[in-house]
Write a protein that binds this ligand. Structure first.
Ligand SMILES: N[C@@H](CCC[C@H](N)C(=O)O)C(=O)O
Length: 290
């Protein structure tokens, strides 16, 4: 099997969410979960998500993107990583309008003159089968989760990946590390879930801490920012345009009104990216003999 050794990489971050970009469009090779786990080790190229670019499947996109968490599992969506690859593609092509495709669908991105990037993350989905949940529930905007009743009901939704959002009085005071894994693996979530604890800090301002499926505690999570903004608007806590403060910094989120109903609108996420360094993957990073 082809190895990833000697392939180029770019290490970036989106609000401190650690992103590894592997552009395999010229010579595609599958990235096995074990290879992703080896690369994510502290001694290798620690990342929260790897964004792996493959040749486009649709003519109106630059690449098909596979997203891998640091535990080797796959996700269909990653907001911060999408901003990172959009910035790289804009730099390479000279166009500020970039489109990708992931398992969750089309990702339309605009790279602005100040370096920030807006991604159209598509429409949220609220049905229990789409999230997915293990069983039907009355109302996905407020679900009491067995064993975690003390946090009140969570809002459950998909942004292409599964999210549970708890609105709590002070998100800074929540033991995210202590609770995250048990909630991520709760039996209600057959594909596990990203777990958010959010507090309102102003009329349209949210403080957010996230435990990511497959990566654990991270400094930021774009889809969690989107999911939280949607859950806050859906439950009447905020309007449809909010700022979300994460440990890594600020995201601007707008949930557009839908044509056929207010819940079908797309979610636009805007935030910064940073390019850190680039290089070639070595056999040692993959745990292979040289
Ligand atoms: N960091 C991401 C989310 C990455 C995927 C997530 N951990 C999952 O498995 O669903 C973001 O910025 O959205």
């Amino acid at each position: 099997m082809d190895s990833l050794a000697h392939r180029p990489f770019v290490k970036m971050n989106g609000l401190g969410n650690e992103i590894l970009v592997l552009d395999l469009r010229a010579d595609p090779v599958a990235v096995a979960p074990a290879a992703a786990r080896a690369l994510a080790r502290r001694e290798a190229l620690p990342f929260d998500q790897a964004m792996v670019l493959y040749p486009p499947r649709r003519p109106d996109t630059s690449a098909f993107v596979r997203i891998l968490n640091s535990d080797g599992s796959a996700s269909a969506a990653c907001g911060n990583g999408t901003r990172c690859i959009a910035a790289l593609e804009a730099e390479a092509t000279g166009s500020g309008h970039v489109r990708f495709e992931s398992e969750a669908g089309l990702l339309d991105c605009r790279v602005h003159a100040d370096g920030t990037v807006t991604v159209d993350m598509g429409a949220p989905r609220f049905s229990w089968r789409d999230i997915p949940l293990a069983r039907d529930v009355d109302d996905t905007s407020a679900v009491t989760i067995a064993g975690f009743e003390q946090f009140g009901p969570a809002s459950l939704l998909s942004m292409g990946n599964p999210h549970a959002v708890f609105f709590v009085p002070d998100a800074d005071a929540v033991d995210v590390e202590g609770l995250g894994a048990a909630l991520e693996h709760h039996p209600l979530f057959p594909e596990r879930a990203n777990i958010s604890f959010a507090s309102l800090t102003g009329p349209d301002a949210i403080l957010l801490h996230v435990w990511e499926r497959g990566a654990g505690r991270t400094r930021a999570c774009g889809t969690a920012g989107c999911a939280t903004a949607v859950a806050a608007a859906r439950t009447g806590r905020t309007g449809r345009t909010v700022s979300v403060r994460l440990p890594g910094g600020l995201l601007g989120i707008e949930w557009r009104p839908g044509d056929d109903g207010r819940e079908s609108g797309h979610v636009l996420m805007t935030g910064p990216v940073e390019r850190e360094f680039s290089g070639l993957i070595t056999p040692a990073m993959l745990g292979e003999a040289a």
